[in-house]
Design a binder for this molecule. Structure first.
Ligand code: C2E
Ligand code: MG
Ligand code: MG
Ligand code: MG
Length: 283
C-alpha cells in the first residue's frame, strides 16, 4: 500500500487512485482504437444571425459512440486525447470530415460557413497550418469559409507563441475565434494584439441567468468590448426566448443554443438550412 520513494519520502497509494489510473488507461486504449473502428461522429449546431434568424454557419461538435461505454462526452475524452497526443490525428479527422460536409451543403447554401474547435496541441504542432491547408483543399472548401475556435486558456498560456501561430494561420485566409470567452484570464492588452475575428461569450454568462440586472450588464460589456475591437460576437447557450430577446436588444450579432437549434446529425441539417428563420415564433 505504501512505498518508500527516496530518503524519507513515503507515497501512499489509495485504492481509489488505482481505480482512477485503470479507468484512465482503459479509456485511453479505447480511444486509440476508436478512430480505426469509426466510432466518432460529428454533429453540427447552427450559428444564427440574431437580427434575421438565418443560419450563417455551423459548428462541428465531435461525438464518441463506443459499443461498451455508450455515448462519451467530449468533455471527458478530449482532455485524454490531448494528453496522449491522439488529438492531432483526431483533430485532423474532424477538420477533413466537417470541411467535406460543409462543402457539400454549400452547393445549395453557398454562404454557409464552418466553425471547428481546435485544441492547444494542434495549434502548436509544426505541421498544423499545412494540415489545415490540405484538409480544405481536398474538401474544396475556401479558407475564408472556415473559422477555427480556440479557447481563451490556450491563447493565454503562451500569448506570444499564440500570436505568432495565429498570424500564420490567418495568412491562409481562415478566420479565428476565441471560444468560451470570459472563463479564462485574457488580458485586455493581449486581446487587442491577438489576430482574431470572432469572440464567443461563454454560455455561463448567458444560460445561468435570466439576463437581468448585473448579468445583463456583464454581457452588455462583453458585447461592447467585442464591437470596439471590431470582432464578430457570438452568444453561446441561448436556452430561452427571454435570453434571445435580451441579446438582440444588446445588438449581439450571432447566437447559438438549444432554444435556436440543438447540435444535430448531418442528415437533419438540410431541413434546418431550409428554414428561413430559426428565431421566428412558432405557434
Ligand atoms: P464548445 O466548443 O464551447 O461547444 C459548445 C458546447 O455547448 C457543446 O457541448 C454544445 O453541445 C453545448 N451547447 C450548445 N448549446 C447549448 C445550450 O443552449 N445549453 C447548454 N447547456 N449547452 C449547449 P459539447 O458538444 O458537449 O462539447 C463540449 C466541448 O468539447 C466543446 O465546447 C469543445 O470545447 C469540445 N469539443 C467538441 N468537439 C470538439 C472537437 O472536434 N475538437 C476539440 N478540440 N474539442 C471539441
Ligand atoms: Mg466551440
Ligand atoms: Mg464555447
Ligand atoms: Mg465550452
Amino acid at each position: 500500500r505504501a512505498k518508500k520513494e527516496g530518503p524519507g519520502k513515503v507515497v501512499v497509494y489509495e485504492p481509489h487512485m488505482h481505480t482512477e489510473a485503470i479507468n484512465y488507461l482503459s479509456l485511453r486504449t479505447d480511444l486509440q482504437r476508436a478512430l480505426q473502428e469509426h466510432e466518432f461522429r460529428l454533429q453540427y449546431q447552427p450559428l444564427v444571425r440574431l437580427d434575421t434568424g438565418e443560419t450563417a454557419g455551423v459548428e462541428a461538435l465531435i461525438r464518441w459512440h463506443n459499443p461498451a461505454r455508450g455515448l462519451v462526452s467530449p468533455v471527458d475524452f478530449i482532455p485524454i486525447a490531448e494528453e496522449s497526443g491522439l488529438i492531432v490525428e483526431l483533430g485532423q479527422w474532424v477538420l477533413e470530415t466537417s470541411a467535406a460536409q460543409v462543402a457539400a451543403w454549400r452547393r445549395t447554401h453557398p454562404d454557409l460557413t464552418l466553425n471547428v474547435n481546435v485544441s492547444g496541441h494542434q495549434l502548436v504542432h509544426p505541421r498544423f497550418a499545412a494540415n489545415v491547408t490540405r484538409a480544405l483543399a481536398v474538401a474544396g472548401l475556401p479558407s475564408g469559409a472556415v473559422t477555427l475556435e480556440l479557447t481563451e486558456s490556450v491563447l493565454m498560456s503562451d500569448p506570444d507563441a499564440a500570436v505568432a501561430s495565429l498570424a500564420s494561420l490567418r495568412e491562409l485566409g481562415v478566420q479565428l475565434s476565441i471560444d468560451d470567452f470570459g472563463t479564462g484570464y485574457s488580458s485586455l492588452a493581449y486581446l487587442r494584439e491577438l489576430p482574431v475575428d470572432e469572440l464567443k461569450i461563454d454560455r455561463a454568462f448567458i444560460a445561468r441567468a435570466e439576463l437581468t440586472g448585473e448579468d445583463l450588464a456583464l454581457v452588455r460589456t462583453i458585447v461592447e468590448l467585442g464591437h470596439i475591437l471590431g470582432l464578430r460576437v457570438v452568444a453561446e447557450g441561448i436556452e430561452n426566448a427571454a435570453q434571445l430577446e435580451a441579446l438582440r436588444r444588446l445588438g449581439c450579432s450571432y447566437g447559438q443554443g438549444y432554444h435556436l437549434c440543438r447540435p444535430s446529425n448531418p442528415a437533419d441539417i438540410p431541413q434546418v438550412l431550409a428554414r428561413r428563420s430559426l428565431t421566428a415564433v412558432h405557434p
